[in-house]
Design a protein around this ligand. Structure first.
Ligand SMILES: *[C@@H]1O[C@H](CO)[C@@H](O)[C@H](O)[C@H]1NC(C)=O
Ligand SMILES: *[C@@H]1O[C@H](CO)[C@@H](O)[C@H](O)[C@H]1NC(C)=O
Ligand SMILES: *[C@@H]1O[C@H](CO)[C@@H](O)[C@H](O)[C@H]1NC(C)=O
Ligand SMILES: *[C@@H]1O[C@H](CO)[C@@H](O)[C@H](O)[C@H]1NC(C)=O
Length: 457
């Protein structure tokens, strides 16, 4: 018995050491970044493959929008690493959820917000900009992004606050009573990217309109470059929910970057916006109150230290890190400010990938396991690894005249029933059935809305 006990002790020790092994990353080495990213992406897709709703492509359990953001990050991963093993899964999910070419599928449209929809649009424009493979019998990536734009623009609500998108789309939804940064910043970014990709000025005009409108509200305070999360039409868009979130900043910064490039650097407002918001984004590299206080590790400061990040919030750092990294390619001169801290963040992030030897946590500043794991944690770490691969690939997003092959369709999504004009136009006999259906939706909608609030949006 003694030898085997001895062996067990030895083995036990070995397993304990194994379990503590994090993903090994040399952040200055492209192949090390690629292999770390491959591990993190593979684990993310294991969660995806093991979900309950796996017979519905692109639909994650308990959330719809995260499917879109996950594909966005995976498309970047493919482009930056050349690893195409997930491409068919991405295509399948994106096409399945495309709705009437507007990413507003009727299964979920009753309870979606503008922000949910726009993330799928951002995934589609990412696919277009990176020449992600298209299927010939399917709408093009850029047309799907246009479809989202075309269904969101009619929701621009001038009846309160002289404009702005509401968070949610239907009056029975709790979020209908707010106008928030991610919905407006999301459409701003989408419009700016469509402007640069297609060179159609209409998109640029909308981008500028959304930016300028945001600047009349707490959602974009140009005076001190602060971004409030939300404001309410009831207050005339003067009140403000002040939680600070990385993705709110990143979506406006990224949109401004595309506009800066679209206008050839000739409109100073975009450069000023980028510089101002990059400055206030430094708050996400905290210098106190977090384990590592040297200001070099990205943290979702509003929820991480108190361990209250919900699953949505766990993903935000993916968007912040990758959008800012891509920005350095279209706004020359920003790399020195942006990239070094994304490198230290990636190194810290992979040190949380300890569970079972490789599953990641979310409190990167701890640089050790935080005891959590999940698809969202993997997505966040994949985002910051992508960010570090961007300068190695060093290929700016393609546009229609620099090699982008995806072909636009300016009227995509215009057949859609997804705008809320049904509610604001005078009711005709033809609409009465619709109104009846709406009453039913109203009731179920409240249940969904309440669940939504409990889940924290
Ligand atoms: C809508 O729901 C049905 C029934 O569950 C499912 O078969 C279908 O795949 C869903 N469609 C989408 C776009 O999720
Ligand atoms: C726009 O982006 C391209 C890369 O696609 C870059 O070469 C160019 O310098 C950028 N233009 C401006 C004005 O920053
Ligand atoms: C530009 O986009 C607008 C809005 O979608 C569309 O109405 C117009 O036809 C487009 N113009 C061109 C030249 O594609
Ligand atoms: C709208 O629907 C009509 C009739 O079904 C179709 O011919 C047309 O191509 C559709 N347009 C778009 C932009 O999808």
């Amino acid at each position: 018995m003694i030898p085997s006990q001895w062996l067990a002790t030895l083995l036990g020790g070995f397993i304990a050491v194994q379990a503590a092994v994090a993903i090994d990353l040399t952040v200055t080495d492209q192949s090390s970044l690629k292999s770390a990213a491959k591990q993190v992406a593979t684990d993310m897709m294991n969660y995806y493959d093991n979900r309950d709703s796996k017979n519905i492509p692109g639909k994650l359990d308990g959330t719809w929008w995260e499917g879109g953001s996950m594909f966005m990050i995976l498309i970047q991963y493919w482009f930056l690493t050349g690893d195409s093993q997930f491409n068919s899964v991405i295509q399948e999910g994106m096409y399945w959820q495309k709705g009437e070419d507007d990413f507003f599928p009727s299964n979920y449209s009753q309870y979606l917000g503008n922000d949910d929809q726009v993330f799928w649009g951002l995934a589609a424009i990412t696919a277009a900009e990176l020449n992600f493979p298209e299927e010939s019998n399917q709408p093009s990536w850029v047309s799907l992004a246009q479809g989202v734009f075309n269904t969101q623009v009619p929701r621009w609500d001038t009846s309160t606050c002289h404009g702005g998108l509401r968070w949610q789309i239907w009056p029975y939804q709790a979020g209908y009573q707010t106008k928030n940064a991610i919905s407006n910043g999301g459409l701003f970014q989408l419009a700016a990217r469509l402007a640069l990709y297609t060179h159609n000025q209409t998109y640029a005009q909308w981008a500028e309109r959304i930016w300028d409108w945001s600047a009349t509200t707490p959602l974009l305070k140009e005076k001190n470059w602060n971004i409030a999360d939300s404001t309410s039409p009831e207050s005339g868009c003067t009140d403000h929910g002040d939680w600070q979130w990385t993705y709110n900043y990143a979506t406006y910064i990224s949109g401004a970057a595309y506009m800066h490039n679209y206008t050839d650097g000739k409109e100073s407002k975009w450069k000023e916006g980028i510089e101002g918001l990059l400055g206030t984004s430094e708050q996400f590299y905290p210098t106190k109150g977090f384990g590592s206080d040297d200001g070099s590790i990205l943290a979702e400061i509003t929820c991480e230290a108190i361990e209250k990040c919900d699953r949505n919030q766990i993903t935000f750092k993916a968007y912040f890190s990758s959008w800012l990294a891509w920005l350095t390619l279209i706004v020359p001169g920003t790399s020195d400010q942006i990239l070094p801290k994304l490198a230290t963040s990636a190194t810290a992030a992979t040190k949380t990938c300890v569970k079972d030897g490789h599953l990641c946590g979310i409190q990167w500043y701890k640089q050790a396991s935080d005891g959590t794991d999940g698809l969202e944690q993997q997505m966040a770490v994949l985002g910051v690894l992508n960010a570090n691969l961007v300068p190695f690939k060093n290929q700016a997003p393609y546009t229609s005249d620099t090699g982008g092959t995806s072909k636009g369709n300016p009227s995509a999504g215009t057949n859609s029933t997804a705008t809320n004009t049904l509610i604001t136009k005078p009711i005709t006999t033809g609409d009465r059935a619709g109104a009846g259906i709406l009453t039913v939706i109203f009731v179920t909608g409240w249940v969904v809305a309440i669940t939504w609030m409990i889940r924290g949006g």
